[in-house]
Design a protein around this ligand. Structure first.
Ligand SMILES: Cc1cc2nc3c(=O)[nH]c(=O)nc-3n(C[C@H](O)[C@H](O)[C@H](O)COP(=O)(O)OP(=O)(O)OC[C@H]3O[C@@H](n4cnc5c(N)ncnc54)[C@H](O)[C@@H]3O)c2cc1C
Length: 429
């Protein structure tokens, strides 16, 4: 079946003309490379602090990367789990970093209101459903979050989960009430407009093709312009910029997949009555949510391979029917993949890597709030000399050991996927 080569998100935004690329010599205080959430949040954070002389360069269109293709879950935490964070950093520093992401969830909510960004925000929380029959999985995480991080997730018994989600796949669940979900591409475009309106210059179809030192600052070249800036922020995620070898070498680009069904109308109630977004306790979890037009957005899998829409649909349809067999025969209108960027330590790489050269990358599959947090850290560092970004210093720019690292990531995923399946079999009652 042929289907448009665009995501549901791209198909449902008002596609205006691309913002023009820069031409000629341009002087700026800051040049941000990459128009995903990391770059946009840094640019807006700078503008909000009065640094308006900022140029943002996006190689394609705003939100072209993971930021405009993701599941739309806005929740606290990082790709690295809370227990590991605690082991790495101890209680005080771990709590402070985690707090940065829950504050970011609130900041995103506030920005949607302050800037009137119509991004279909659904304040219905996120459910973490238990694929396994062992209630201790949820209880342990609930205790850890409460005791070490001061965060309360509500426990829901299995019968309540069945009322909300019409499947026998899950046992109990935890509910993260503060979380929400939204249309990420509409939000990204809204951030770009908010930054523009405050004087930042946002350019599309403007790939940075070279980066060099120039006196005490830096020079960035695009096909038609040369930008001189005191500060450069590299925020290109898994869509590697090819500007600095050690920066690209620091991340593994890993694909994950999403599909969207036809509008389900009243059939949606046969699947779920909650409007919370949902993911489950497996390492290789499904993630999904109802969209305002009664479609179901369904995501999952990670891989080192990008796949065609037809292949993505085939894989995800199988996963969907495992949970909701009542949707057999449903039409899939959109399927796409996107690249996440992972560091070996599963934490973002954020901070100054040379005088005036800043980095915000490696947000993994859990990046909407952390990119906002990172944008705040870098913006306040440049504008106000704030040194809080050093709190992430434990997780620096280390090599991802490609190509061996890529292969290891894929093998690790398959191994953990098998472990999930084995555990699910042993646990099913
Ligand atoms: C399918 C999918 C589902 C996900 N679901 C969720 C979710 O539900 N919740 C969540 O919290 N996280 C989720 N994530 C992760 C989250 O989307 C990312 O962590 C986050 O968006 C990363 O933002 P970023 O700005 O670092 O990178 P990106 O959004 O990838 O942006 C990088 C940008 O840099 C541009 N670029 C690259 N090179 C150059 C250059 N030389 N010059 C100029 N521009 C350049 C690219 O075109 C791209 O637009 C998901 C990711 C994917 C792929």
């Amino acid at each position: 079946m042929s289907r448009p080569p665009v995501s549901y998100y791209r198909a449902t935004v008002h596609e205006s003309e691309a913002r023009p690329p820069p031409i000629g010599r341009i002087d700026a205080a800051v040049c941000v490379v990459g128009g995903g959430f990391a770059g946009l949040n840094t640019t807006l954070g700078l503008a909000e602090r009065g640094v308006r002389d900022v140029v943002l360069l996006e190689a394609e269109r705003i939100g072209h990367g993971a930021s405009g293709r993701n599941g739309g879950f806005v929740f606290g935490g990082f790709s690295r789990g809370e227990a590991a964070l605690l082991r790495d950093l101890g209680p005080e520093r771990a709590r402070s970093l985690y707090r940065g992401t829950t504050d970011a969830v609130e900041l995103i909510r506030q920005r949607t209101m302050r800037y009137g960004i119509d991004c279909e925000r659904v304040d219905a929380g996120v459910l973490w459903t238990n694929w396994f029959r062992d209630p201790e999985i949820l209880r342990a995480r609930q205790r850890l979050l409460a005791d070490a991080y001061g965060v309360e997730w509500q426990w829901l018994p299995a019968h309540r989960v069945r009322e909300l989600l019409h499947t026998s796949r899950y046992a109990d669940a935890l509910f993260e009430q503060q979380a929400f979900h939204f249309h990420p591409l509409k939000y990204a475009l809204g951030l770009a407009c908010a930054a523009d309106a405050q004087g930042a210059r946002v350019h599309e179809r403007a790939p940075a093709i070279a980066l060099e030192r120039a006196g005490s600052g830096w020079r960035v070249r695009t096909p038609e312009a040369v930008i001189h800036a005191q500060h450069i922020v590299l925020s290109c995620g898994g869509y590697l910029a090819n500007l600095q070898h050690n920066v690209d070498a620091g991340v593994l680009p890993i694909a994950t997949y999403v599909m969207v069904t036809e509008p389900l109308g009243t059939r949606l109630d046969e699947v779920m009555t909650t409007r919370a977004a949902v993911y489950d306790t497996r390492f290789a979890f499904d993630y999904y949510r109802a969209l305002p037009d009664t479609r179901l957005l369904w995501g999952g899998r990670i891989s080192i391979c990008n796949r065609s829409p037809a292949a993505v649909e085939a894989l995800l349809r199988r996963d969907l029917l495992k949970v909701y067999p009542q949707l057999r025969g449903v039409r899939i209108d959109y399927a796409w993949s996107g690249l996440m960027s992972y560091a070996r330590h599963e934490m973002p790489q954020v901070g100054r890597i040379a005088d005036g050269l800043w980095l915000a990358q490696a947000f993994g599959g859990h990046g909407v709030a952390p990119t906002t947090f990172a944008g705040e850290l870098i913006a306040s560092a440049i504008a106000e000399g704030d040194s809080r970004w050093r709190e992430l210093g434990h997780y620096g720019l280390v090599s991802a050991l490609k190509p061996v690292g890529l292969l290891a990531a894929q093998l690790n995923y398959w191994w953990l996927e098998m472990a999930d399946a084995w555990r699910g079999r042993n646990n099913s009652s």
